[in-house]
Design a protein around this ligand. Structure first.
Ligand code: ASP
Length: 593
């Protein structure tokens, strides 16, 4: 009960229970559904907490008004809680044992007919949902997801507060902090021709907070990255951003793992076991991905040695060029038809395979796309190394080692999906550590930091910086859940000479270092403590905790597939004079409508 008004206490619709019988209550909410039945009018009145059934008697003066009620009208109702007549209870609703006999009805506002039903979770076109987001958010699933999001963020804040972290806000108008994406820029009116960058992350500022002596920082931080959209990416997103001084990698891992364990227990009532740890090299070898889905096993196996001496030209040439043949078990896959296998081969090609050899271990014999070249000795060894049984299929991918592993890793996900192994109620976390310092940037083809340039090389790795920088390992770690990267972190370069050396390795001249990061290197020169940290994506965490497949289901006001806010109609053109004030002129053609 909340908010005492006149005679009756205002009560949440969904909070009324059998024990409230005889109580005078006041309810406010939206008409979820109206039913005219046996001379009586029943209205399901909805608020955030749930639904209450209110009943209008034909003899009551409010009856004619009740007859005109439509879905989504907003009401205030006063009445008395009573038991529903025997046989009319609704066991599915927590309020299903009682109803409210209406004494007084006030229609606070009318609603237009909504463009889609609000009283259920039916599939609705995404753009329509986003255009009328206020109605979409009224629906039960979105109400649940947004409330879960609140509880997750609250649990995180409580966790870090209990461990003496300070939540410190960092500004939105800053200078570029590289996280591998484009910056969103904000033109300065006062300083014509110059721009602020919106933060891709608070990385440099949180490191400066360590230099400033705060020791333990956290922030529920908004980040903006101008990247192409995907279902698991939005141009702006929220991270739980963390930094600690005088810490080791182990300290950061322990902190973040405990936080996740705490959140899962408090919010979902799920006890998580210790998170397994793998090196980057291990996950690639065993799962063909740096974000492995560990809800199922289906480990990849390098079966190259089984085909040593094979006459099969594909295998022969791969072995000669020191490539690899990678095997994947497909549980129950022997029942697939030739045509199914052809389709699967096509899919493997779309995923980058040069080809795929399949072997079906049927009860009535073995069939294969390379029948002539797969003998009993191969089958026996494959069965053994892949733990395959009669009824399974085996898929083989031959290529240069990294390419074969990557394709097999992608097909591992496909096989798991087909076998129903991607169980949304399972939560398989894991750590990936010992990343290479550099990786080839797909866009430029040049080496770039696998994390960001503030990351410290691993122990003993400085010696490779001149001779073989691509071989350098970093003190960089990722947390992965069900095949999604939740976030990354690292131990940082706290010595200014080390930070400069990394910038130089990345090809920056002293002038460029000064121009972009001079302020930061200078800060490192004034007694920067050793420090490290991590950031986890809250949107992804909530998405997986809610069993959703799309970030838009857990963000109140997301952008659509084309990075537009279709409710507000943003981005949109602005008046000429506003551009003039900013010393800007648009060279783009006028936007199409
Ligand atoms: N700033 C990094 C990121 O957004 C996280 C970190 O290194 O702490 O991925």
């Amino acid at each position: 009960m909340t908010d005492q008004t006149s005679q009756a206490a205002r009560t949440a619709c969904g909070a009324i229970r059998a024990g409230d019988q005889g109580k005078a209550v006041e309810l406010c909410g939206w008409v979820n559904r109206r039913r005219d039945h046996g001379g009586l009018i029943f209205v399901d009145l909805r608020d955030r907490e749930g639904i209450a059934q209110i009943v209008f008697d034909p003899k009551h003066p409010s009856f004619p008004d009740a007859e005109r009620l439509r879905n989504e009208d907003v009401l205030r109702v006063r009445g008395t809680v009573r038991a529903r007549p025997q046989g009319t209870e609704n066991a599915k609703l927590p309020t299903g044992g009682v109803e409210i006999g209406v004494d007084d009805l006030e229609v606070l506002n009318r609603s237009e007919v909504p463009p889609f039903p609000v009283n259920g979770d039916d599939d609705v076109d995404e753009n329509l949902r986003l255009e009328y987001r206020y109605l979409d958010l009224r629906r039960p699933r979105m109400q649940r997801n947004i409330a879960t999001r609140h509880r997750i963020v609250k649990a995180m804040r409580d966790f870090f507060d209990a461990r003496d972290f300070l939540e410190i806000e960092t500004p939105m108008l800053i200078k570029s902090t590289p996280e591998g994406a484009r910056d969103y820029l904000v033109p300065s009116r006062i300083h014509p021709g110059t721009f602020y960058a919106l933060p891709q992350s608070p990385q440099l500022l949180k490191q400066i907070l360590m230099i400033a002596g705060f020791g333990r920082y956290m922030q529920i931080a908004r980040c903006m990255r101008d990247e192409d959209l995907r279902a698991d990416r939005q141009p702006e997103f929220t991270q739980v951003d963390v930094e600690m001084s005088f810490c080791t990698q182990e300290d950061v891992l322990e902190t973040m793992e405990s936080c996740m364990r705490d959140v899962w227990k408090r919010v979902l009532g799920v006890e998580l076991g210790p998170f397994p740890r793998f090196s980057h090299a291990q996950v690639l070898e065993r799962f063909g991905s740096d974000k492995p889905d560990l809800r199922y096993d289906l480990e990849l196996v390098n079966v190259t040695s089984i085909f040593e001496g094979s006459d099969f030209v594909v295998f022969k040439s791969v072995i000669e060029s020191r490539g690899a043949i990678v095997g994947l078990r497909y549980p129950g896959g022997a029942s697939l038809s030739r045509r199914d296998f052809d389709a699967l081969t096509e899919l493997a090609k779309q995923n980058g395979a040069k080809g795929m050899v399949w072997i079906a271990l049927g009860a009535d014999g073995v069939k294969s796309s390379a029948q002539k070249f797969v003998g009993d000795e191969h089958i026996g060894a494959l069965r053994y190394s892949l733990d395959a049984e009669t009824g399974d299929a085996i898929l083989l991918f031959a290529d240069a080692r990294p390419a074969a592993l990557t394709v097999a890793g992608r097909m591992r996900g496909e096989v798991a999906e087909r076998c129903g192994l991607r169980d949304k109620t399972k939560y398989a976390f894991c750590w990936v550590t010992d990343f290479p310092y550099l990786e080839l940037d797909e866009a430029t083809g040049r080496p770039a930091p696998a994390h960001h340039p503030f990351t410290a090389p691993g122990e003993g790795q400085w010696e490779f910086i001149d001779s073989d920088p691509l071989a350098m390992r970093a003190q960089h770690y990722d947390l992965v859940l069900n095949g999604f990267e939740l976030g990354s972190g690292s131990i940082r370069n706290h010595k200014p000479e080390h930070q400069r050396r990394i910038f130089e390795m990345l090809g920056m001249t002293p002038e460029q270092i000064e121009e972009r990061f001079g302020f930061f290197v200078r800060a490192l020169e004034y007694g920067a403590p050793p420090h490290g940290g991590m950031a986890l994506g809250i949107d992804r965490i909530v998405m997986l905790a809610c069993g959703e497949d799309d970030l838009r289901e857990v963000v109140a006001f997301p952008k659509n597939q084309a990075a537009r806010d279709v409710m507000m109609d943003s981005p949109s053109a602005v008046a000429e004079n506003l551009l003039r004030d900013l010393s800007l002129r648009s060279t783009a053609p006028p936007p199409e409508r």
